[in-house]
Design a protein around this ligand. Structure first.
Ligand code: GLA
Length: 696
């Protein structure tokens, strides 16, 4: 008989179970909730023993035995870590002491309910697990009957069990250089990751992983956590004097994160924690399962091969050139045609037009109808670019409603990319935004919306810090949720100058994301490796664009550019009328190959074989969900001397005979595990994608 998702084997001990892990917490002295175990599965007996492990004895009077063990530390009482919860009351008091009330177990959901000892305040700690993934979801909820300033209310403090070493993995970046993986020894003290840029930002992705310093792609324990939130955020990863590691993760960067009136509630966004054995590879596969199975609205759906016009026509688009692109795209095998920026208002450059969401009449004299119709005739779906949260001062919208943007009266309105941010929290602005999007999606048969967001808020106006912590993100979510509800066939892509809004919060209401404006295939190998730590290929749009690359100037072979993009949701972004006949023929064949391996790539499990960070011969593979097919990607990048690339070893293949689906060559799985698949690469930027099928 399988054990329940959550059990309480004795008073004050709770065991949360996922298919391959367990999380145990207990009620300590003075009702303090304590972390007892986060790791391999345990039965109730072991869980009880783990909950009884005594505190590390403080070595002197300057330490607290709670530090590094406490599930939700505040900033009052005998504790010295960064607080997950910090409150200020009108009498300047800050002390809280939480009295345990009840524990409610509802399937996979545990609620620990507390009341404050003297003030009319309630705190609920939420924990949730599911049968089909290994993630523990945690968040906190505060209900008050007195006014209170919430300086900090994190979603969770994640306490890690003591290990000999502590290494931190993060994803950092900037525009054009998103999701770069960094692994570094964690120093004593607090390492703060986060964003104070209104939105998630490419500077850090709200994710980190900790291991003992010895984990590899295939071996070792990895603890990781992510925040399901698209506003500003903060992670305080702390290595304490006692050697323990605790990481607080929550919304908001500066304080306060909320000012609550009596009778109101603050609910922190979900934080998701994952323990895995089996190295960074196993951690990523577990995250991918979770994102596809429990986060994305249609995670099981295969995404079409799309064409996007941005790099081809930029702001020079019109009906004729979009039709010409659509015709070429359809001939290559694209399934979705996405018209990017420049179709509306006076949007002939980034100086004007944002806010005026009517088709530009010079460019589309009869509206979008003829183009949409042509795209459909060509057998593709139609998609469109929008940037609804923004306005150019040079627009009819701004001239009519200059007060609709975030600003402080009397101060200059700082423009970035010549644009300002609309206060989507104002009911009339939200109504306007929803109204035109709703009309656009109702008037035209649109299957896909690329929702962009190209600058942060720099002046919060009257909302102060609260804007950064919640106002913008929550209102964005509300508009997206409503549009999805009313237009269930429309799919959305999240973009913020590339990967500036990639997180588990936005992925719950979008279908894929644009990971970076950098489309250089060599750089993309790195960006995609970082992205894949947490997010599945199913959500990763990847375009093949022109050579030389607009950003790096690199001239990479078409095949290499394709092979890199085929590791995600393939898209084409090149100026197709300029592609030679030879390029078009090769592209059509590669798109056809992609369609054959698409279910393996989008729904299979990823094995990173050689990292672009450490090898000039990066390689990765996907194994299909049923274990009968694999797609193996091999590249040479930064390679010298014409040395042949080492074969990619495939020890994860289920035993049997495997056959190259294109050439018919057969291999024993033992051979592929021991020797590997030799793709015969020896020139820099050679690449290969091999489709394997198990035949016996
Ligand atoms: C941002 C996006 C690009 C493109 C442009 C259009 O930079 O990341 O993909 O859509 O805006 O202005």
């Amino acid at each position: 008989m399988s054990l329940p998702l959550i059990s309480a084997p004795v008073q004050g001990v709770w065991v949360l179970r996922t298919p391959r892990s367990a999380y145990v917490l207990s009620l300590g002295g003075q009702d303090v909730p304590l972390a007892a175990h986060w790791g391999a599965p345990v039965d109730d007996e072991a869980a009880i023993a783990l909950a009884k492990v005594p505190f590390d004895a403080p070595r002197g009077s300057w330490e607290s035995h709670l530090d590094g063990r406490e599930e939700y530390p505040s900033d009052s009482g005998m504790r010295f870590t960064e607080p997950a919860l910090a409150l200020r009351f009108p009498d300047d008091g800050r002390t809280v002491r939480w009295v345990f009330g009840t524990a409610e177990i509802d399937g996979g959901h545990l609620r620990l309910r507390y009341t404050e000892q003297t003030r009319p305040l309630r705190l609920t700690l939420h924990y949730r697990v599911g049968e089909r993934h290994d993630v523990v979801e945690r968040w906190a909820e505060l209900r008050t009957d007195v006014p209170v300033e919430v300086v900090r209310a994190d979603s969770a403090a994640w306490c890690l069990p003591p290990r000999e070493g502590t290494r931190l993995s993060t994803l950092h970046g900037r525009w054009g250089a998103d999701s770069r993986l960094e692994r570094t020894a964690l120093p004593d003290g607090t390492l703060r990751l986060g964003s104070r840029r209104t939105t998630t930002s490419p500077m850090h992705n709200p994710w980190f992983a900790v291991d003992d310093g010895a984990a590899t792609e295939t071996h070792g324990e990895v603890w990781s956590a992510a925040l399901a939130w698209s506003g500003t955020w903060r992670a305080d990863v702390q290595r304490l004097p006692n050697g323990r590691v605790v990481a607080n993760l929550g919304a908001g960067h500066e304080s306060p994160v909320a000012r609550l009136r009596a009778g109101t509630t603050y609910e922190a966004p979900k934080s998701c924690g994952l323990w895995t054995d089996g190295g960074f590879g196993a951690a990523s596969r577990a995250w991918h399962d979770y994102v596809r199975g429990a986060v994305l609205p249609h995670g099981e759906e295969l995404r079409p091969v799309l064409y996007n016009s941005w790099e081809a026509t930029g702001f020079r688009l019109d009906e004729a050139n979009q039709m010409a692109l659509a015709e070429r795209a359809a001939a290559l095998g694209c399934e979705l045609f996405v018209m990017d920026d420049g179709w509306f208002g006076n949007r002939v450059s980034d100086n004007a037009g944002l806010g005026d969401w009517q088709p530009n009449t010079d460019r589309f004299p009869d509206g979008l109808g003829p183009l949409v119709k042509r795209v459909h005739e060509l057998g593709m779906r139609f998609g469109i670019w929008v940037e609804p949260e923004m306005v150019n001062p040079d627009s009819d919208l701004y001239r009519a409603h200059p007060d609709w943007v975030y600003h402080s009266p009397g101060y200059p309105r700082d423009e970035l990319r010549n644009q300002l941010v609309l206060d989507v929290g104002r009911p009339e602005v939200a109504a306007w935004m929803h109204g035109w999007l709703d009309r656009l999606l109702s008037e035209y048969d649109i299957a896909f919306v690329k929702w962009d967001m190209n600058r942060p808020v720099t002046d919060p106006g009257p909302y102060g810090d609260l804007l950064w912590s919640s106002r913008h993100a929550l209102n964005l979510y509300a508009v997206l949720d409503r549009l999805r509800h009313d237009h269930p066939h429309v799919r959305f892509e999240s973009c913020a100058s590339g990967g500036g809004r990639v997180d588990l919060g936005i992925l719950a209401r979008t279908d894929q994301v644009w990971p970076s404006d950098n489309t250089d295939a060599s750089d993309r190998l790195h960006i995609q490796e970082g992205f894949s730590q947490l997010y599945p290929s199913r959500a990763m749009t990847a375009w093949v664009t022109d050579a030389p690359n607009f950003l790096t100037g690199n001239r990479l072979p078409l095949r290499f550019r394709f092979h890199v993009a085929m590791a995600g949701v393939l898209g084409i972004g090149g100026d197709l009328p300029r592609w030679t006949l030879e390029d078009q023929t090769e592209a059509a064949a590669l798109i056809a190959q992609y369609k054959r391996i698409r279910p393996i790539v989008q729904q299979g499990s990823l094995h990173r074989l050689r990292s672009p960070r450490t090898s000039p011969a990066p390689a990765l593979a996907y194994l299909s969900a049923d274990g009968t097919e694999a797609a193996v990607f091999q590249f040479l990048d930064g390679h010298r001397y014409g040395e042949p690339a080492p074969p990619a070893r495939l020890p994860f293949l289920p035993p049997g005979t495997w056959q190259d689906a294109d050439t018919g060559t057969g291999y024993a799985s033992a051979f592929l595990a021991a020797h590997g698949l030799d793709a015969g690469l020896f020139r820099n930027h050679d690449s290969a994608v091999t489709h394997l099928r198990r035949v016996a």
